[in-house]
Write a protein that binds this ligand. Structure first.
Ligand code: 13P
Length: 271
């Protein structure tokens, strides 16, 4: 099923699809193991840095092969695409979905560029996600967050014909210093103003009950990245500090398992 149709389906059921970033074979394997165990659909996300690290064709090929190998329903998605050109490159390489992140542009420019990506994506029957408002990125000040304006969301969805919209309602990428407080009133207003499936970025560290509430109020896609990177590296560091094993095929599996366990917990939140 196309991702844009799947998002409409889960929207009707009051559920969401988990979207997890992967960075290498081991994190991809952990995510797929979790999805296979729970028989859950999954969105496999790649940022520009992960594409640069693994290589475009290699990264998308790994994800597509992994989905088949684990018999999981899933899609490959470009996370925070910074240009129309990158979105086009990814569509050509076989991505099922691309995000065009014009959140730092003016509303008009964001609409204009998102429209171009929507037009391109039609040729591939691909899903397009955009961001409106501003969700702080890793390493940036969280004060910089601009919440999504309800009226803008309505205009943006109508003008662009985008399939999914990332909203700024109080989350930020990376770890939080204190528990994030989500603006559920705003979320509900956005949901009532537009029928486009909504996306929650910055899922790491958001308490489970807040995620559940956000899903009940229209979030159809939940993004989680930082917690995956963190648990993989923390597990690995601990293991390596205790032994001198050089066979990486023995060292990596517990870290992969830790990713699988984390992703299972996240999947249960959106089911
Ligand atoms: P976190 O890294 O905070 O989980 O955010 C993930 C995300 O939103 C990717 O776009």
């Amino acid at each position: 099923m196309l991702l844009k149709d799947k998002l409409i389906e889960v929207q009707g059921e009051g559920k969401a699809i988990l979207a997890t970033n992967f960075y290498n074979f081991e994190t991809l394997k952990g995510v797929l193991q979790a999805a296979a165990t729970l028989n859950s659909p999954i969105i496999l996300q790649l940022t520009q840095s992960s594409i640069d690290y693994m290589g475009l064709e290699n990264a998308v090929g790994m994800a597509q092969t992994g989905l088949k190998y684990f018999n999981v329903e899933g899609w490959v998605h470009l996370d925070h695409g910074g240009s129309v050109e990158l979105a086009e490159q990814c569509l050509k390489a076989g991505f099922d979905s691309v995000m065009f992140d014009g959140s730092e542009l003016s509303l008009e420019e964001n609409i204009e560029k998102t429209k171009r990506v929507v037009k391109l994506a039609k040729n591939y029957s691909a899903n397009v996600e955009a961001e409106l408002g501003y969700i702080a990125k890793l390493g940036q000040s969280k004060e910089k967050v601009f919440f999504t304006e309800v009226a803008d969301a309505k205009i943006f969805a109508k003008e662009t014909g985008v399939n999914a919209l990332a909203v700024a309602i109080g989350t930020a990428h990376g770890f939080y210093k204190s528990e994030p407080k989500l603006d559920f009133v705003r979320l509900e207003e956005i949901k009532n103003a537009t029928s486009v499936p909504l996306v929650l970025h910055g899922g790491s560290g958001v308490p489970g009950e807040s995620v559940r509430k956000a899903v009940s109020l229209g979030i159809c896609k939940l993004n989680v990245a930082t917690e995956i990177k963190n648990i993989f590296m923390q597990t690995l560091k601990e293991l390596l500090s205790q032994n001198t094993e050089i066979d990486l095929r023995k060292v990596f599996p517990p870290a992969t398992e830790a990713v699988a366990k984390l992703v299972q917990d996240k999947l249960l939140l959106v089911k």
